[in-house]
Ligand binder design. Sequence first.
Ligand code: FAD
Length: 348
Amino acid sequence: MKIAVVGIGVAGAYLMNQLNDDHDNNVVGFERMSESQHDAVCAWATCKNVMLDLTKKCGLNFEDYVMHSGKYMKVNLDSTDKNERSDNFIDIRLKGMVIYDKIRLIQDMIRGTKVEFGKVPRKENLETDFDVVVDSTGFHRNYLPKPQEEFWIPCIQYKVKYDADKVPFSDFYLKAFPAMAGYFWYFPLGNGYAHIGAGDFERKQNNRFVDEFLSRHKCQIIKKVGRPVRISPPKNCEPFTDGRKVIGVGESIGTVYPLLGEGIIPATWCADILVRNLNDKEKYRKEVLKKFKIYSTVFNFIRSKIDHRFNLLKSPYRLLKIYNHMKREENRYGMEIRISDMIKVSKI
Ligand SMILES: Cc1cc2nc3c(=O)[nH]c(=O)nc-3n(C[C@H](O)[C@H](O)[C@H](O)COP(=O)(O)OP(=O)(O)OC[C@H]3O[C@@H](n4cnc5c(N)ncnc54)[C@H](O)[C@@H]3O)c2cc1C
């Protein structure tokens, strides 16, 4: 079978790696960025406990890519305070959350496969040349019909470098924005490097907060990027296919955990589901909807917070459901989940 994988992010790279081994397939990857500019626009945080197994399937050892292993994540819940010296915070104990070299892992996953860089192929050409066209273009979703209901958070991010004595935080730091419309993050990359960024649905806080932080904590700016993250769950991102040859995978079909804006593990899981169901689109669709069912509950909770419709006393069940899910899956999320923290976060 001739397969085109369009978009070489986490999902596309995993597919290239896994499908390439099957000698019945002729797989070609396409990436719009040139090879030297190919990057992973993302804060690079993930959970080691899950990634170890996923990378093992690709013949790689996730430990080789870890840049920082988190112990605690400080979450500032003060919606009025502009700076990070607030008393209103929670400390979340981390158990597997790390920062890893995302682009190097992508490059190693696609090693030995055929990828054409600097190419945005036309849909008509793909349809003529291939039996299956995978849309793994993430937020762009260029080759699929528009989803039923779009919801995304605009984000900006800087890669920076601090002198050893000026590093603002030695571990993960977040500041939640009012009504859970987004958050600011500081994620250490080791050796004084960090990703500093923010996403805010209201578009009020992200630029201002990051600018203020950067002017308070002077550093060398290495790179600035901007890209939205889609948080509408798979159920709202149907159709997953164009009814002909194209099939979507990863963030293009909404596999991002809406509470955290976390998409690395879900996109890779989604790619893994596609590998197992490449010949049966309906089975793939059903499995994706089942796997990511809880994302709809979480998304509806976030929407109700942003729209100021959430009332903990009137409807505690939604929050309880999310708590139960994350508590059960602490190892998957790589952090200790406490009901007291969830309640505090839900009140901002
Ligand atoms: C600022 C920011 C920070 C984030 N931080 C985290 C984090 O710390 N942890 C986490 O788990 N998730 C994070 N996410 C979410 C996560 O990055 C994504 O959900 C995840 O990478 C999606 O994987 P994907 O493979 O589906 O798509 P992507 O990783 O977005 O890959 C898509 C690829 O397709 C290419 N492409 C796009 N259009 C075309 C085209 N027409 N033709 C060819 N190529 C194309 C792109 O260049 C890209 O390489 C973050 C998102 C943002 C925006």
